[in-house]
Design a protein around this ligand. Structure first.
Ligand code: IVH
Length: 668
C-alpha cells in the first residue's frame, strides 16, 4: 500500500469509527455489531502499524498511552466545581423552590431533572475539539490530572464533532455488572474487594498506570459546561443538547417540569425503578432551567442555589436472623454479627449485619430467629433498624456475648468504661490476622494482595506470623509459588508491592502498626511533630500530649505500646527490613511552590516577565524557557506562543495570572 492510499484509508476508518462510537455511546442507537466494529478497529491498527507516522494522539487506537505517570499534576479549576445541597423529602424540595422563587419573584421557574449517577465528578478540557486534559473534582478548587486514565474511557470522545474549545463536567462511573465481575475476579485472586461501584471507579482513576483504568469498564456521562467562553446557551437544557451535539454522552432520562409537585412525583417514580438501571444512582438532581435565573441566584461557597439533589431515603427490607456469630477484631474487640436469610436490598444481596456491641445488641433486643428490618444507610454496610416483635413466636433465642474468645478460647473482659468486650490475648489468631490485614490495608502500608484471603493463606501455610514476617517473604519465593492459586505473576506482584511499601511515608507505618486510638489523622500529626518513629516511641506521655489534638488517652496508648517488649522486638525487625522510619524533610517544602517548574508564555495582564519569575522563585519554584515533561505549570498571558500547544500536548497544567497569584498565595 502506498502512503497516500494509507493516509486516506486511515482518515476514512477513523471517521467511521468515530461515527459508530457516537451512535453507540451518545445516541444509544448502534447500526453495526460489536464484531464489525472490532474489525474496523483492527484494520486501522494494522495500517497504523505499517505507517506509524500516521498515528495521531486522537486516533481511536491511542486510548492507552502506555506511559506510567510519576504522580498526579494539580489542575486548578477555572470555575470551582461545587457540590449540591440535599433534599430528603417533599418538604425540603418545596423549601428549595420557595427560597429560589423569593430571590427571583417574577420568574416563572422551570425545572430540569436528571439522574444523579453515583460515581466521581470530573472535568474534561477540549481545545479546538481535542481532548487535552481531564481532572478530578478534588477539593472543588484544585483537582488532580487524570488525563491518562480518562483517555481510556470509551464513552469520552478523544475528539469532539466540532472544533470547539470547551470544558465539560460530568460523572465517571462503573456499571453495576462490571463492578460485580471485577469483585468476583478480585476475590479469586485474594485481592481486597471494592465496597461499591463508586469506590471501584475511584480506585481505577487513582492509578498512575493507565492500563488499570483501561482494563476496568468505566463510563462517563456529562451534565454541565464548565469554563466555555464561546458557547452561550440560554437554558441548561440547551447546554445539555449542545453537549450531545458535540458528541458527548449526557445523563439519560432528562425531563423538564413546571411545578415542584411534578418534580416530586417523578423523583418518587425512580425509587423502585432505579434498580433496573445498569448503574447506581443515589438520587436525582433538580436544576432551574433558565441560565439567567441561575446566575441571579448564584451560589454559596459550597453549592449553587439553583440546583438541589433529591436523595432517596435509605432502603429497608425485612428478613430473618438465622444465627448470631462473633467476630474478633484487630485489638481483640468481639463484635456480634447477625447472620441473615439472604435478602435483596438496594440492588445487592445482604447476608450479614453488624450488631456493633453488647449494649446495642441488648438495646435492640435482637434474638436468633427474629424477623428484623435491615437498612442500608449511606454506604454498603447494612444495619439492623429494629425487630418485628409482632412476628415473635416465643421460639427465638436471646444471645449473650461469649465468656471466651471464639478464636483462641481465652477469657474475655469488658474493661471499665468501655462498651467493647475484648479478648486480651495478643497472640489470638483472629487478632493476628486482622492486625496484618490492617497493616497492609490501602490506607496504611497499601500492599496489594494482602487482603483477608491473602493473609489467611499465608498464615495457614506458616509463611508469616506477624507484620515483620511480610518482609521475609522475598526469601520464601519457592514456598509462595507452591501456594494454591498463586501464579508466578501474582507472586511477583506481591513481592513488588511489599518492596514498594518500604518507602511509604512515616505516618502510614505508624497508622499501620495498629496502636489503639492512633488513626490516620493522629498518625500524621505525630509524624509531622516528631519526624521519626524512634522519637515518637521514645516520647513520654507528657511529650506526646504537647502535640495539638493528642490527649492523655492517645498518649498513654502509644506509651504503653512502646513499652512492650513485643513491640520493641517488632520495631527492631521492621527497621532491619529497611522500612522508612523518618518523615521526609519538610524544611523548605513549606514554600508554596517548592520544586515546581514553570514556563511563561504571552503577556501577562499585570506582571512583567521578570516580576513573575522573581515571585515564582521566591516561593521556591523555578522558571525555565522551554516546555518539557518536567514542566509543572505553564502560565499563559495574551498572545501565547507555540509553547502553549506543546504544553497541552504533554498534558501540563495551564494557568493564567490569576491562577498564578492563587498558587503564590498558597490558597490552591
Ligand atoms: S450537577 C454545581 N448533575 O453529584 C452542580 N451533579 O452531590 C454540580 N452528580 O459533585 C453538579 N449526577 O459528582 C450534577 N446530573 C448530575 C449529577 C451530579 C451526579 C454528582 C456530582 C456532584 C455531586 C453533588
Amino acid at each position: 500500500m502506498k502512503r497516500e492510499e494509507a493516509e486516506k484509508l486511515v482518515m476514512e476508518l477513523r471517521q467511521k469509527i468515530e461515527e459508530h462510537n457516537y451512535r453507540y455511546y451518545v445516541l444509544d442507537d448502534p447500526i453495526i455489531s460489536d464484531a464489525e466494529f472490532d474489525a474496523l478497529m483492527r484494520q486501522l491498527q494494522e495500517i497504523e502499524k505499517k505507517f506509524p507516522d500516521l498515528i495521531t494522539p486522537d486516533s481511536p487506537t491511542q486510548r492507552v498511552g502506555g506511559q506510567v505517570q510519576a504522580g498526579f499534576a494539580q489542575v486548578v479549576h477555572q470555575i470551582p466545581m461545587l457540590s449540591l445541597d440535599n433534599a430528603l423529602n417533599l418538604h425540603e424540595l418545596r423549601e428549595f423552590a420557595r427560597r429560589a422563587q423569593n430571590l427571583v419573584p417574577h420568574a416563572q421557574l422551570e425545572y430540569v431533572v436528571e439522574l444523579k449517577v453515583d460515581g466521581l465528578a470530573v472535568s474534561l478540557q477540549y481545545e479546538n475539539g481535542l481532548f487535552v486534559r481531564g481532572a478530578t473534582r478534588g477539593n472543588g478548587e484544585v483537582g488532580e490530572d487524570i488525563t491518562h486514565n480518562l483517555r481510556t474511557v470509551k464513552s469520552i470522545p478523544l475528539r469532539l464533532r466540532e472544533p470547539v474549545t470547551v470544558e465539560v463536567r460530568g460523572e465517571v462511573y462503573m456499571p453495576r455488572a462490571s463492578f460485580l465481575q471485577l469483585n468476583a475476579e478480585r476475590e479469586k485472586q485474594g485481592l481486597p474487594l471494592f465496597a461499591n461501584p463508586r469506590n471501584a471507579a475511584a480506585g481505577s482513576l487513582r492509578q498512575l498506570d493507565p492500563k488499570v483504568a483501561a482494563s476496568r469498564n468505566l463510563a462517563m456521562v456529562t451534565y454541565a459546561l464548565g469554563a466555555s467562553p464561546d458557547i452561550k446557551p440560554a437554558t441548561h437544557y440547551e447546554a445539555l443538547m449542545t453537549l450531545k451535539r458535540l458528541g458527548l454522552r449526557i445523563t439519560p432520562q432528562i425531563e423538564i417540569f413546571q411545578s415542584v409537585e411534578e418534580v416530586m412525583a417523578y423523583c418518587e417514580s425512580w425509587r423502585e425503578r432505579r434498580h433496573d438501571l445498569p448503574f447506581d444512582i443515589d438520587g436525582l438532581v433538580i436544576k432551574i432551567n433558565d441560565l439567567a435565573v441561575q446566575e441571579k441566584l448564584g451560589a454559596t461557597s459550597k453549592s449553587p442555589r439553583w440546583a438541589i439533589a433529591y436523595k432517596f431515603p435509605a432502603e429497608q427490607a425485612e428478613t430473618r436472623v438465622k444465627e448470631i456469630s462473633v467476630q474478633v477484631g484487630r485489638i481483640g474487640t468481639l463484635t456480634p454479627i447477625a447472620e441473615l436469610e439472604p435478602v435483596l436490598l438496594a440492588g445487592t444481596v445482604v447476608k450479614r449485619a453488624s450488631l456493633h456491641n453488647e449494649d446495642i445488641l441488648r438495646e435492640k433486643d435482637v434474638r436468633i430467629g427474629d424477623y428484623v428490618i435491615v437498612q442500608k444507610a449511606g454506604d454498603i454496610i447494612p444495619e439492623i433498624v429494629s425487630v418485628v416483635t409482632a412476628k415473635r413466636t416465643g421460639e427465638e433465642k436471646p444471645f449473650t456475648m461469649p465468656a471466651h474468645c471464639p478464636a483462641c478460647g481465652s477469657a474475655v473482659t469488658r474493661l471499665p468504661g468501655e462498651v467493647a468486650v475484648r479478648c486480651l490475648n495478643a497472640n489470638c489468631p483472629a487478632q493476628v490476622l486482622e492486625r496484618i490485614v490492617h497493616f497492609a490495608s490501602r490506607n496504611a502500608m497499601d500492599i496489594e494482595g494482602l487482603g483477608v484471603a491473602g493473609v489467611q493463606q499465608l498464615l495457614e501455610a506458616g509463611l508469616i506470623a506477624d507484620v515483620a514476617d511480610i518482609y521475609e517473604l522475598p526469601k520464601k519465593r519457592d514456598a509462595l509459588l507452591q501456594l494454591e492459586r498463586k501464579a508466578e505473576k501474582s507472586v511477583e506482584n506481591l513481592l513488588a508491592a511489599i518492596e514498594a511499601s518500604k518507602k511509604r511515608p512515616l505516618w502510614r507505618l505508624l497508622y499501620g502498626l495498629g496502636i489503639r486510638f492512633v488513626g490516620e489523622r493522629t498518625a500524621k500529626l505525630l509524624a509531622d511533630h516528631f519526624g521519626s518513629l524512634d522519637e515518637i516511641l521514645a516520647a513520654a506521655p507528657e511529650e506526646l500530649e504537647q502535640v495539638p489534638e493528642i490527649g492523655p488517652k492517645i498518649a498513654r496508648s502509644i506509651y504503653e505500646f512502646a513499652s512492650l517488649k513485643e513491640s520493641r522486638e517488632l520495631i527492631k525487625r521492621l527497621r532491619k527490613a529497611g522500612l522508612n522510619f523518618v518523615q521526609r524533610k519538610t524544611g523548605t517544602s513549606s514554600l508554596p511552590l517548592q520544586g515546581k517548574v514553570f514556563v511563561l508564555t504571552g503577556t501577562l495582564p499585570t506582571y512583567s516577565r521578570d516580576e513573575a519569575t522573581k515571585l515564582i522563585e521566591e516561593a521556591g519554584g523555578k522558571v525555565t524557557g522551554s516546555v518539557s515533561k518536567n514542566t509543572d505549570y505553564i502560565v499563559v498571558g495574551e498572545k501565547p506562543g507555540s509553547k502553549l500547544a506543546k504544553a497541552q500536548n504533554l498534558g501540563i497544567t495551564v494557568i493564567d495570572e490569576a491562577g498564578l497569584k492563587e498558587l503564590l498565595a498558597g490558597t490552591k
